[in-house]
Design a binder for this molecule. Structure first.
Ligand SMILES: Nc1ncnc2c1ncn2[C@@H]1O[C@H](COP(=O)(O)OS(=O)(=O)O)[C@@H](OP(=O)(O)O)[C@H]1O
Length: 320
């Protein structure tokens, strides 16, 4: 039986089985690779990414810790790049942002053959990832493609993650608070899918300081408070700044409106569709409020996570 497994997979299996492992609050086995935690399949996708991804100079990669505004960033980037398209055939009207921008490590997971990106032909190519920067960097092999990172207040990301799990697993309200408590404990230990959160954010912060031309570091809360400024910053970074005529015509506002939570949530495709992995599109859209964690985390939980983040971010320019 062993002989039927391709050589690279045999190598991966033996590497993965030698890594530190732990069980998360779901009972899923997670493995620690280059400082962060992944399930078996994601990790195999990451190994394929590091080994087999062939970056192109014009590639754009949007990166985030899960539940930090990925869907919004994907939509904004697609809308920016596709802004010459007429509203009636805009890709965001017929597909969810996750269908338009594949997650590299999940797309590259394969049990049998070489990872396949052949049917991915948009130009520039637009991908997403949840892996931390040091792990991604190895896959980019010094290419000069652009990476846009979006991060968010850890407490809102955590509550958003919890909501997403409850919705996907159809967990009823009574059990949901128990899930929040165990999720919180794992999260604080750093043992969470793609976690620890702080390693993730710090890796991209370092990347953006070292190479600001290729790594842009954005914040969800700033995108909420000053969307106009942040979208223009993104356009400039990606090398497609708004022209004076476009600004006068209201193109920036148009994109912001198209990608607003309210608008995306109400599109038919996002009300009824599912991703290739069977996740209801509607679960990607909830409140999008800053500080919603106050409605769910106890003051003790808040204090504990604040202390952790304060310690981890000490000596950096990052604040909660
Ligand atoms: N367009 C838009 N504008 C503002 N906010 C938005 C938007 N789309 C999704 N959201 C909110 O983002 C949260 C989901 O995070 P992600 O998109 O990162 O999820 S995922 O990792 O891709 O599954 C989740 O946040 P919470 O509402 O706090 O749970 C979504 O509501």
């Amino acid at each position: 039986m062993e002989n039927e497994i391709p050589k690279n997979l045999q190598r991966d299996i033996s590497l993965i089985s030698s890594l530190p492992c732990d069980i998360n609050f779901h009972g899923t086995k997670l493995f620690k690779y280059q400082g962060c935690w992944y399930d078996n399949k994601t990790l195999q996708g990451i190994l394929n990414l590091q080994r087999g991804f062939e970056p192109q100079e014009t590639d754009i990669i949007v990166a985030s810790f899960p539940k930090s505004g990925t869907t919004w960033l994907k939509a904004l980037t697609v809308a920016l790049l596709e802004r010459s398209k007429h509203s009636s055939n805009h890709p965001l009207l017929s597909d969810n942002p996750h269908g338009l921008v594949p997650v590299l490590e999940l797309r590259l997971y394969t049990e049998t053959s070489k990872p396949d990106l052949t049917n991915f032909s948009s130009s520039p190519r637009l991908f997403s990832t949840h892996v931390p920067f040091h792990t991604l960097q190895e896959a980019l092999k010094n290419s000069s493609c652009k990476v846009v990172y979006l991060w968010r207040n850890v407490k809102d990301a955590l509550v958003s993650l919890w909501y997403f799990d409850c919705a996907n697993l159809k967990i009823e309200e009574e059990r949901s608070m128990l899930l929040l408590e165990s999720m919180f404990e794992s999260f604080c230990k750093g043992v969470s899918y793609y976690g620890p959160f702080w390693e993730h954010v710090l890796s991209y912060r370092r990347g953006s300081l070292e190479d600001p031309e290729h790594v842009l570091f954005l914040r969800y809360e700033e995108l909420k408070t000053e969307p106009f400024v942040q979208l223009k910053k993104l356009a400039e970074f990606l090398g497609c700044p708004f022209t004076v005529e476009e600004e006068e015509r209201g193109s920036v506002e148009e994109i912001l409106d198209l990608c607003s939570l309210r608008n995306l949530k109400n599109l038919e495709v996002n009300k009824t569709g599912k991703t290739a992995r069977g996740v209801d599109h509607k679960n990607f859209f909830r409140k999008g409020e800053v500080g919603d964690f106050k409605n769910y985390l106890t003051p003790e939980m808040e204090k504990k996570i604040d202390m952790i983040i304060e310690e981890k971010f000490r000596g950096t320019d990052l604040k909660l």
